[in-house]
Design a protein around this ligand. Structure first.
Ligand code: GTR
Length: 393
């Protein structure tokens, strides 16, 4: 066969696969694992049993079957200011370009952090931390390219510090080189079936930045929101699930193995994600290709691990690949755990119309008109949720 017909056949096959995958009538029936049932079969009816037993069971299941382990020990964290500008953004922000170096067994991992702190802050500032999985230009300290992906000026004007690091420094987003980062500190993870891979390494990076924030007197480390888009939004969920010091979790258009239910098999599937991105999740996760029903978890349980802290999840109307309906349903299922804490979410019974955000903590959600992206519209809502939560307005 010649190359062109071969390519055409492949293209047709993949587009028909996608078309089929956007058919709501093909979703079928599925039973979600009960977030409030202990492995022993007993129901969880109190916050205490959730906190002392069920939460760690679920965290362990995600480590074992999905994202891999999350090692936290290291020998030291060094940090230094590489460049600063106390009058950045027309005097509204103090820019610090930080270099963090984390060591374990004499092996280093470097994280370059761009940090703007509002000069008007009266004390330690609450912050938004973005795991940047796109072009570095989005988070350039020079602010020569202004993009909605990281509208730092808007965040500063709202009174928050804003920070970002690039995911590739923790694990290059490539199946052949993802090992060149955090995994050099934890080589034992490489051959373990439940070993950490790229998504875990990116989440780990967010936690190390939080370690640094705890040492920076200009930042209120108890009020840090971790933000991620798409693959970064899978990592922000995992970071906040693992590290309860994050005060707020924002997961934008995170889709499969992010905030969307895997069992719906709508849009991207477990098989597809594991095949295209074999370096994202643990080796064990591949066992569930085409066997979502056998997973001991589904993604509503990941969202539940954020409770009682506020979470903001988004979709975009044209981004069916990320399954907006399945994402909303995962949020609704996770509500039960927020309820255990006496918190009532303002989410409606069925998905809200496009561009109708639900911003009240503890559970924020919107389906923005448009495509798969992180925009100013999204950020404005995250800020609103944080304002409510911190009672800033
Ligand atoms: C897609 C992938 C999604 C999502 C997205 C992104 O190719 O299928 O799971 O992560 O990339 O990160 O933009």
């Amino acid at each position: 066969m010649k190359l062109l017909p071969l390519l055409l056949t492949a293209l047709l096959a993949s587009s028909s696969l996608c078309a089929q995958n956007y058919d709501e009538s093909k979703v079928g029936t599925y039973t979600l694992p009960d977030v409030l049932k202990l492995e022993s079969g007993k129901s969880v009816t109190s916050k205490k049993v959730w906190e002392q037993q069920r939460r760690s069971e679920i965290l362990g299941l995600f480590e074992e079957h999905v994202y891999g382990q999350f090692p936290t020990s290291y020998d030291k964290l060094e940090y230094s200011v590489k460049r600063e500008d106390p009058k950045a953004m027309n005097g509204k922000a103090h820019l610090k370009e930080m270099e963090l170096v984390v060591y374990k067994n004499n092996k280093p991992v470097k994280i370059n952090l761009v940090l703007f702190v509002p000069t008007a802050a009266k004390g330690p500032a609450p912050a938004f931390l973005l795991i940047n999985n796109r072009s570095r230009r989005n988070t350039a300290p020079e602010r020569d390219t202004l993009s909605g992906f990281w509208p730092a000026e808007m965040v500063i004007n709202a009174g928050y510090a804003v920070a970002a690091f690039h995911n590739s420094e923790l694990a290059p987003d490539n199946k052949n080189s993802y090992q060149n980062g955090v995994l050099q500190l934890y080589p034992e993870q490489l051959n373990a079936d439940n070993g950490m891979k790229a998504i875990g390494a990116w989440a780990w990076g967010a936690s190390r930045v939080l370690d640094y924030f705890e040492k920076d007197p200009t930042i209120d480390a108890k009020r840090v929101a971790v933000v991620g888009h798409s693959r970064g939004g899978k990592a922000s969920l995992w970071a906040a699930a693992q590290d309860q010091r994050f005060a707020i979790c924002v997961s934008n258009c995170s889709g499969n193995t992010g905030a969307a239910l895997s069992r719906r098999n709508f849009g991207e599937t477990v098989t597809r994600i594991n095949t295209t991105f074999p370096h994202w999740f643990s080796t064990n996760y591949k066992k569930y290709n085409d066997k979502e029903d056998e997973l001991p978890v589904d993604q509503h349980m990941l969202i539940a691990l954020i409770a009682p802290r506020p979470i903001y999840v988004t979709n975009a109307s044209k981004d069916l690949w990320a399954d907006p309906t399945g994402t909303f349903l995962a949020m609704k299922e996770a509500e039960r755990v927020y309820n255990l804490f006496g918190l009532k979410s303002a989410l409606p019974q069925s998905p809200p119309p496009i561009n109708t955000p639900v911003v009240h903590p503890p559970m924020g959600y919107h389906n923005r008109e448009g495509s798969h992206d992180l925009t100013e519209y999204d950020w404005a809502r995250f800020i609103e949720l944080a304002n409510y939560h911190y009672k800033k307005k």
